[in-house]
Design a protein around this ligand. Structure first.
Ligand SMILES: [Zn+2]
Length: 275
């Protein structure tokens, strides 16, 4: 059964990765997605519950139990209703979140959400400084260490180490307060606007993710990193977990959000296939 599952995933990648005019085998050989074989699946998703962390001004997750028990016809039946803001827990920011002409979540090409990925680990610095801004040097240092450029068309994940604090709001966000007045008390690391600008001008990435509540750091007032990345139709994944279990390169991401028509974002199930 396990072998069958692996075969299905591999087939899926060949289909996604190839031009329909090509034979699947050629697509497999020509593609730089040579990460089809994997030995481990890492779930990078927090579950949704009463504890799920939302932006301090967003409506939190609610689950209403509609049914849970034996019916009069003798079978068990369970069903719930849920409500959620788009931006909370592990979720995606669609480009339109900060770019008027940007793609809505249903319009993001799946090619931007599935593919080869790298990880930049800045956790040593970020755990010493809650307001740490990931810099151009952090990207250049990764390239020097790995002896390669950030590959074309890849998904970049940023590890700050902050998911270890989740779901403790004080440690993860910097405050337990909610509402507009709590925004000034947010302290968590993020990607500097300069590094975002460098990425979009000098490298060609498909999407980006981080293990904090926002791709901009907590003290951001203008959300410039969002504006820069989403303005280039590069979606952002936020509130990731288990990023520490990933290598720095050579893995594949599958990040499939709820396909909300016209949505500015939405709940995301994201996994990594690791060799
Ligand atoms: Zn968001």
């Amino acid at each position: 059964m396990k072998a069958i599952k692996f075969f299905l995933v591999i087939t899926m990648f060949v289909l996604i990765g190839c031009n329909t005019n090509q034979k699947p085998l050629e697509a497999h050989e020509n593609s730089n997605m040579n990460t089809f074989q994997f030995s481990e699946i890492v779930d990078l998703t927090h579950d949704f519950s009463k504890e799920t962390i939302y932006w301090v001004t967003a409506k939190e997750f609610e689950l209403d139990v509609v049914a849970h028990g034996e019916t009069e016809h003798g079978f068990f039946y369970a069903a719930n209703n849920f409500t959620t803001a788009e931006h909370g827990g592990t979720h995606i920011d669609a480009p339109i979140h900060f770019a008027e002409d940007g793609q809505t979540v249903d319009e993001i090409p799946v090619e931007n959400l599935v593919g080869h990925a790298i990880k930049i680990d800045v956790s040593k610095k970020a755990l010493k400084d809650r307001d740490y801004l990931i810099s151009i040097d952090d990207f250049l240092n990764w390239e020097k260490r790995e002896n390669m450029q950030i590959p074309d068309g890849c998904i970049v994940l940023l590890e700050t180490g902050f998911s270890r604090f989740y779901p403790n709001k004080l440690k993860y966000l910097g405050t337990e307060m909610r509402g507009p007045e709590a925004v000034k008390d947010l302290h968590f690391p993020g990607l500097s606007p300069e590094a975002a600008e460098w990425l979009v001008k000098n490298r060609n990435i498909h999407s980006i993710g981080i293990d904090t509540p926002s791709i901009d750091y907590g003290q951001s007032e203008k959300f410039k990193t969002h504006v820069i990345l989403l303005g280039e139709n590069i979606p952002a994944f936020e509130n990731l977990t288990n990023v520490d279990q990933l290598p720095s390169k050579g893995f594949t991401i599958i990040a499939l959000p709820m396909k909300i028509k016209g949505g500015s974002g939405g709940p995301l199930r994201i996994i990594a296939l690791v060799k």
